[in-house]
Design a protein. Structure first.
Length: 383
């Protein structure tokens, strides 16, 4: 009898060790960017041991990285029932709220987007209480507050992030983005005055990051001095070409129009300067402004093809594109502004290219416009 008990204990320990090893392997796959591989490895373990918190936490991290809300919710809800105070839960919960906030914004549901961003900020604040000063959490906190349009708090969060990472250009870029959205771009002068002046390469990297945050959002006359300064110092040929394209296409009085911004994307499809983000800002209500023209109306188009791999993984998605709607109603250039998953980008572009529109009109005459189009990828029962 005693021997049987000992054998059972050893078998139990071996199984536990094997489970721990599987979780460790999945975590290693995540570190190397193989999120689907991590989920494939964890699925059998979670099916046999649904209360394995570390397996659930690791799976949730992979789901969040894939922006798979359904999968992430499943695992986080399981952790919430088992041990909500698990280290890492609040951070992942905050990141998932941010993804959902972004998706709500793509669907022009501003109220829900802000509510989710507020929840993200609260969750990340709890995570920061456990790990004060952690740079990644500080960055997430600033992002959540900016998404919630709580500009003053976002600026304080950015300051904390810069304090933890004073040489991280992204922290300065986020600060500048908040200032641009709050119509306080003039304060970037003081912001850039805090950058160490004895490191020329760092100064250029931060100046460039701040410039990119303002392009398309800030009037050309306001941002031109920083633009000229960065252009004169940059030696990166791609950035140089992109800046030249921006100047040629967009250097106009006042803020560039959506059609001018689309011209830039045609000249620089990689969107090195991040002009697409500014276009999204202009389309806060879901559609780009067309001035005093009557907006175009869709009259036909193909249903987007659902990617097989996304269907099998039960992943839904949303893609927002900007398209040139010509004066004859045909579609010209198309650029992805935001995609919940890269799998959906090409099918969305193909669907939009198939569309025909009743063209926009101005004073009764058809005109060309830049127009945002949302393409939804939704799973239906039985598919």
């Amino acid at each position: 009898m005693r021997f049987a008990i000992i054998v059972a204990a050893v078998v139990g320990l071996s199984a536990s060790a094997a489970d721990d090893n599987r979780v460790a392997q999945a975590q290693d796959l995540i570190r190397h960017g193989d999120f689907k591989g991590a989920l494939t490895l964890l699925d059998p373990l979670i099916a046999s041991e649904p209360k394995n918190i570390q397996a659930r936490l690791t799976a949730a991290a992979a789901c969040v990285a894939l922006k798979n809300v359904y999968c992430g919710e499943q695992n986080l809800e399981a952790i919430e029932k088992l041990a909500k105070e698990t280290t890492g839960y609040d951070s992942l919960r905050g990141r998932l709220y941010l993804i959902e906030s972004d998706m709500a914004l793509q669907q022009s549901d501003l109220k829900r987007s802000k509510s989710l961003a507020d929840k993200a900020a609260a969750s990340i604040s709890k995570a920061l209480a456990e790990s004060p000063g952690q740079p990644k959490l500080l960055a997430l906190h600033a992002m959540a507050l900016r998404a919630a349009r709580r500009n003053d708090e976002a600026l304080r969060a950015c300051e904390a992030w810069r304090g933890a990472e004073p040489k991280n250009p992204e922290a300065y870029a986020m600060t500048a983005a908040v200032l641009a959205n709050a119509d306080r771009w003039n304060e970037t002068t003081a912001l850039l005055g805090t950058v160490p002046s004895d490191d020329a390469s760092l100064r250029l990297a931060i100046d460039t990051a701040v410039l990119f945050s303002g392009l398309g959002r800030v009037p050309w006359s306001t941002i031109q001095p920083l633009f000229d300064s960065v252009r004169s110092r940059t030696s990166d040929p791609q950035i140089g070409r992109s800046l030249d394209a921006f100047r040629t296409v967009l250097a106009a009085s006042g803020s560039p129009t959506p059609l001018q911004m689309l011209d830039y994307l045609d000249a620089d499809p990689a969107d090195t300067l991040g002009v697409g983000r500014a276009l999204l800002d202009k389309a806060r209500e879901g559609k780009l402004p067309v001035g005093d023209a009557t907006p175009p109306e869709r009259v036909s188009g193909d249903t987007p093809k659902y990617p097989d791999i996304a269907r099998r993984a039960r992943i839904e998605g949303v893609v927002v594109v900007v398209a040139r709607i010509r004066s004859d109603g045909s579609v010209g250039s198309v650029h992805v502004l935001r995609s919940s998953n890269p799998l959906f980008s090409d099918p969305a572009i193909a669907s939009v290219n198939s569309m025909r529109f009743k063209p926009a009109t101005k004073a009764g005459a058809p005109v060309e416009v830049a127009w945002t189009i949302r393409v939804d990828f939704l799973l239906r029962a039985g598919t």
